[in-house]
Design a protein around this ligand. Sequence first.
Ligand code: GDP
Ligand code: MG
Length: 310
Amino acid sequence: MTRKLTEEAAAEEGAGFRSGFVPLVGRPNVGKSTLLNRLVGYKVAIVSPVPQTTRNRIRGVLTLPDRGQVVFIDTPGIHKPKFRMNRRMVSLALDAMAETDVILFMVDVTQRLGPGDRFVMRQLRAAGIPTFLLLNKIDLVRKDALLPIIDAYRKEMEFAEIIPISASDGTQCEHLVDVILKHLPVGPAYFPEDYLTDQVERFLAGEFVREKLLYHTRQELPHAVAVRVESYKEEASLVRIQATILVERENQKAIVIGKQGSLLKKIGTEARLELEEQLGSKVFLELWVRVEPAWRQSERLLDELGIRAS
Ligand code: GDP
Ligand code: MG
């Protein structure tokens, strides 16, 4: 993990300024991306009703002038490995926890504590790092339903803090930030104040395309797609982006393209409009579809897509 100290950051290193890297773990769909988006006020990770859409380690940086900087790591979730890709995700997530002072373990209060949560908690206990239990989606349950839930988790492991929140309406989210800061050591800002994410815009471009793609094809190809941004060029009056949608089979390619290219066109338009809004610039987006058989198993391609085990 690079911890670059910029000049502005060094200047900010006053007394009491706290900073650290804070992984956010938990089962798919508990609301990790929603919280991250709320806290850093920027769409760094896509939010989708399909589980496991966040495949990369995306950091959001929250800087509170004079108080501190929290570098959030939205991990893909440390769930049981199935495919090779998922095994890499597990090691990525565990790796992300190695140098941290606090880990946020998020659960969904509308779901029962299950084997997936136990699996995650086993990793957390082994890591031995202070862990916050974030009980998310409290907007969906009655207050008195929380106590038995808290008890159930407490039986599994010891938590440094237990904080009920609602990532979607913001309840207790400011309090959460206060408590996180308390647990972080005094230290420098790692990124400039206006830094939103250390993934460059081209990564966002790929994510937007993937988000639209998943939205429109979720019935037919749940996870068999990836998007590779081939080029990203900022020109005088527009940003020119070329991306390839990777599918595993010919029939999936046909689905993505649609009748006379209609779906591909729709995906392209929607992604472009969103990108233009995020980038504040005109965007020219060119999309290709390519069959890469069994890309999930391909280490080479995983590397190209930025999914790395270390
Ligand atoms: P992730 O897989 O853990 O990153 O979960 P997401 O952030 O993608 O959220 C999964 C779903 O839960 C989305 O439909 C969110 O809108 C929803 N969600 C997240 N947080 C809350 C919350 O606090 N309350 C409610 N009602 N829904 C939430
Ligand atoms: Mg997510």
